[in-house]
Design a protein around this ligand. Structure first.
Ligand code: NAP
Ligand code: ZN
Length: 352
């Protein structure tokens, strides 16, 4: 085992502060990655503050971070796909049982025995819970390590590992593309990637934002239309017209207003994971055979497909690079929807 520097929280009310954690010694199929950049996802904040206590109570101390870009510094003897020196990515998943029907279909994110990058019991017994990417390095089985296209800026590519795949996967599943009208709700880390992907896939893309100041940016990100969701008349103009809506909102909001915008057989998928349940007026679903569903991150094969798609289309996140010392400020700004459009930590700042 090795002891390394990290940033994490000791309790739900504690700030993110420096701490030391252990990383396991490499197994034959492990890769050790020195972390260069790590995105700040709203899930990091929900988790650090134990906001998902009913579903996945936080194991403290916790070290968040699952949008990891780094350089391979060591490989186990059985590793065949990665070499020392290579730039790689690690997202939200670091293990799964590899035998269940979901794993066999490449949908490790739905494996009942998955290990998340942070916050699930650590099968290797190194710590009570796995520790994420707000840290110097991470040790991961090579199956869960991703290749990063050489043309992508590394700080801006980090958010692809969660915000990227979480929006790409449902857009592909629900067949966003030419002749489809797609809505993206909430322009934060996930939402801004959703707009880029929906546009690149050829869908007519409509952004819904509660922040009027983001309208001009939304067009630059690829929106064909922008709706300020607090303006009821702007919303009703789109009634019954959407094939698909991707809801990326992190807090409580009225999803019924969006269900009403779907066509017959239209779908709204939640990727946003608010702390409290959202009320659903079922008549909105009955009339029009509309559906409401959810989607969690993406499997390893699809994450690689998304990264290669980003390489081919030159897609990365719009990032504001911060030092580890600014994580608490970044959280405060994220809560005010004041992020354009993802914070990424430059992990060099952990060394100083
Ligand atoms: P984020 O950067 O904070 O963006 C959330 C956006 O939601 C905000 O920028 C804002 O957009 C909108 N919003 C926030 N509060 C709102 C409110 N009270 N009413 C209406 N709109 C509001 O967060 P993120 O990192 O993109 O994550 C979004 C959510 O997805 C989080 O809950 C996160 O945990 C979840 N998530 C889920 C998965 C998954 O696998 N399903 C993966 C990663 C993250 P506007 O200013 O444009 O309105
Ligand atoms: Zn995330």
């Amino acid at each position: 085992m090795s002891t390394i520097k990290a940033y994490g929280a000791a309790s739900a009310t504690a700030p993110i502060v420096p701490m030391s954690i252990e990383r396991r010694s490499l197994t034959p199929s492990d890769v050790k990655v020195e972390i260069l950049f790590c995105g700040i996802c709203h899930s990091d904040l929900h988790y650090a503050r134990n906001e998902w206590a009913d579903v996945m109570p936080t194991i403290y101390p916790c070290v968040p971070g699952h949008e990891i870009i780094g350089r391979v510094v060591e490989v186990g003897p059985a590793v065949s796909r990665f070499k020392v020196g290579q730039v790689v990515g690690v997202g939200c998943l670091v293990d799964s049982d590899r035998t269940c029907p979901n794993c066999r279909e490449g949908l490790e994110q739905y494996c009942p025995n998955f290990t998340l990058t942070y916050g699930t019991p650590d099968n290797h017994g190194t710590a009570p819970g796995t520790f994420g990417g707000y840290s110097e390095s991470i040790v991961v089985d090579e199956h869960f390590v991703l290749r990063i296209p050489a043309n992508l800026d590394l700080a801006a590519a980090a958010p692809l590992l969660c915000a990227g795949i979480t929006t790409y996967s449902p857009l592909k599943h629900w067949k966003a593309g030419p002749n489809k009208k797609v809505g993206i709700v909430g322009i934060g880390g996930l939402g801004h990637m959703g707009v880029k992907f929906s546009h690149a896939l050829g869908a007519h893309t409509v952004v819904f934002t509660a922040s009027p100041g983001k309208a001009a940016d939304a067009v630059k990100l690829g929106a064909d239309e922008v709706v300020v969701s607090t303006a009821a008349d702007e919303m009703t103009k789109h009634a019954g017209s959407f094939d698909f809506i991707l809801d990326c909102v992190s807090a409580r909001h009225d999803i019924n207003a969006y269900i009403a915008l779907l066509k017959r057989d239209g779908n709204i998928t939640m990727v946003g994971a608010p702390e409290k349940p959202l009320p659903v007026a079922v008549f909105g679903l009955l009339f029009g055979r509309r559906s409401l569903s959810g989607s969690a991150i993406g499997g390893i094969a699809e994450t690689q497909e998304m990264l290669d798609f980003c390489g081919a289309h030159n897609i990365v996140a719009d990032v504001e690079v911060v030092g580890v010392q600014q994580i608490n400020d970044a959280y405060a700004r994220m809560l005010k929807s004041d992020v354009k459009y993802r914070f990424t930590i430059d992990m060099k700042t952990l060394k100083g």
